[in-house]
Design a protein around this ligand. Sequence first.
Ligand code: PLP
Length: 467
Amino acid sequence: MSRYKNVMDKRQEILLKSAGVDYSKYEEGIVSFNYEKMMKDIGYGLNEVREIQKKAGVGNTPLIELKNITELARKISKTGKAARILVKDESCNPSGSFKDRRAALSVYDAKIKGYKGVASATSGNYGAAVASQAAMQGVKCIIVQECFDSKEIGQPEILEKGRKCECYGAEVIKLTVGPELFFTFLELLEETGYYNASLYSMYGIAGIETLGYEIAEQCREYYGKDPRAVVVTHAGGGNVTGTARGLIKAGSFETDVIGASVDLTGLHMASDKDFNKKSFTTGHTGFGVPFIINPDRSDVPRSAARPLRYLDRYVTVSQGEVFYMTELLAQLEGLERGPAGNTSLAAAFVLSQEYEDEDIIVVQETEYTGAGKHLMPQLTFAKNNNIKIQIGNPEEEIPGESIILPSHPSKCRIKEINMLDLKASYLKNIVLKLRGRKLMSEDLKYLCDETKLVEDEIIRILIEYGY
Ligand SMILES: Cc1ncc(COP(=O)(O)O)c(C=O)c1O
């Protein structure tokens, strides 16, 4: 039997052993599972999670008002009005991003369950976060990264992240783009017996709830009210899910949760040719859309990241607009921060103009910047990959061909993604999963929770797709 087949055949068994959770007990109906029961089973309440994070130096980050950017938004707004823009400075966490909130809880859980080490498959900030928490909490750590195209050329941001993981003492396994990532990760879990510190486990999501909770708490303390909207950079869906759940736990029911991603339409994430044509390695539509319409495409049997349950709106911005906002944040506010957080800032700058002056819109994160994350190495890398760098109208940007920095702040736009279309695509995937079987009553209730649609609407869409 080939090594590949041998490992893939044992996939469920390996995932179960490395997660320390029996996911089968949550299964119900044909396609449904008991999401809230799964989330409850982490066994810690929000206050305990906060304590665990506090001991690991995580959370309690500042909420900063961006007065100059708000003023600029009001200057260019058609009505002359714009909400106050605030940013939650998550770069103050130990490894420089909100991912420390996820990692702190996962590494803690690994330790409690007696695992010798933790492993994670990620090319992003999460690797650095797990490596940092593993160093702090005294467990071993291996990170598997998809780093290079087939010519062994690496995206500057991913290479930098590899160095960051190594500096925290983790072993980093660097791969070329392709399907071997999952196989390599499974084989590693089996060989080492390490804990799978998945981004998508219930611990990975519960860790972010504190972020949403802190936003509500700080807005009430400083401004005496809840934010009208929180803008969240979206990729795999954990950020949206955890933040929204935290807001709900704080009783912030009227706050809109708006996802924002960089528009990378047309670039294929698993393509060797496209791998180095993107200037953003997370918070983009190449992850954002697939994870909304099929949240269980992850490295755990049931993902705790369920963005469709929580998103009120989903908007996109262009690469050029995010680079431009990165400069604005540095030059107008004195905050030099990284690309992913500035994705939601670029969207918030435009969205703020839909609200009144007394309203509050929160950009839910910043991330650190430096080395490969900075816009200079990114733009140089893009130029070397034959991407045209221009100044003009960002609406004309074509991902993989051009990056257009806005010639004026009024040229910044958002593109609205139709939520009903996303819900329909999600339901189309459900029809495929059903393979001719009939839905049970639990399934219908579950689909209502997953999509925030009523039963009749769900049935109508399912029938449209052949149910
Ligand atoms: C700084 C930062 N912001 C946002 C995201 C998106 O989070 P999620 O994948 O949970 O949607 C990531 C994930 O890679 C990130 O590192």
